[in-house]
Design a protein around this ligand. Structure first.
Ligand code: ATP
Length: 239
């Protein structure tokens, strides 16, 4: 589904990623863990075209995407739920979700059934269902985070990039976010997940990569990384 080879990217003269390889197979959940500043968000931005790769290849399905602009990549079925709560504050919940489906339109006709997918998103996120006509800017932080995730789902994507979906959430909402990720996984949605809660990410993921200073230091099945002494010491609170 997604294959990254020798990816390099950064900001201006500052190189953040020094040639990383990542594979996300269809239907699988892959997690990228690493400490603050390791380059996780930068990886997500390079995949979705928000920043340009300076070297290497990114392949989505059978298409090379590392030179494409973000809207072309979105049309190929890649949804990016970015770090932070990027919702349209002055639009209602339901209008934010409809906008998420925008890349599915070619001319006036959408691909698939947008209204059915809207109901599916509401079903996944009951908190949003209760607030469908509320302006997004008046939602709580956690609800806005969920709206950002639900909007990514509205693309009916081949692949979802989830960047720290639990950031800043109360523990009960963190649990809810991970339940939703597990449900999306059951529905066969392919995901690349960046998470500060490495233990929870490893529980839901099939495979994991550890990013350190812009290099992949360790990778393997999530089950295996959970018991890796170095990973445990560095990312799982040593327990
Ligand atoms: P965190 O868990 O703290 O979000 P991260 O692994 O996602 O960390 P990145 O956000 O990818 O890390 O940042 C990697 C490096 O790139 C950091 O040193 C950061 O300061 C730098 N960086 C990130 N965004 C920019 C930017 N827009 N301009 C310049 N440097 C940036």
């Amino acid at each position: 589904m997604l294959s990254i080879r020798q990816l390099e990217a950064g900001y201006g003269k500052v190189k953040v990623l020094h040639g990383i390889d990542i594979d996300v197979p269809k239907g699988k959940v892959v997690t990228l863990i690493g400490s603050n500043g390791a380059g996780k968000t930068t990886t997500m931005r390079a995949i979705s075209g928000m920043i340009q790769a300076t070297a290497g290849q990114i392949t989505l399905g059978d298409k090379r995407i590392e030179q494409l602009p973000p809207h072309r990549i979105a049309r190929l079925g890649l949804a990016h739920s970015p770090e932070g709560r990027r919702v349209f504050a002055t639009l209602s919940v339901v209008d934010n979700l409809r906008l998420g489906a925008f890349p599915r339109y070619t001319g006036s006709r959408p691909r698939g059934d947008i209204e059915a997918d809207l109901e599916r998103a509401m079903d996944l996120f009951p908190r949003l269902q209760e607030r469908r006509l509320q302006l997004a800017g008046t939602l709580s932080g956690g609800e806005q985070q969920m709206l950002a995730m639900a909007r990514a789902v509205m693309l009916n994507p081949e692949l979802v990039l989830l960047d720290e979906p639990s950031m800043g959430l109360a523990p009960i909402l963190v649990e809810e976010v991970f339940r939703i990720i597990a449900r999306l996984k059951e529905q066969g949605v392919t995901m690349l997940l960046v998470e500060q809660f490495a233990a929870a990410a490893l529980n839901v993921a099939d495979y994991a990569y550890v990013l350190e200073n812009g290099h992949i230091s360790v990778h393997g099945p999530a089950e295996q990384l959970k018991t890796d002494p170095a990973v445990k010491a560095a990312y799982l609170g040593g327990s």
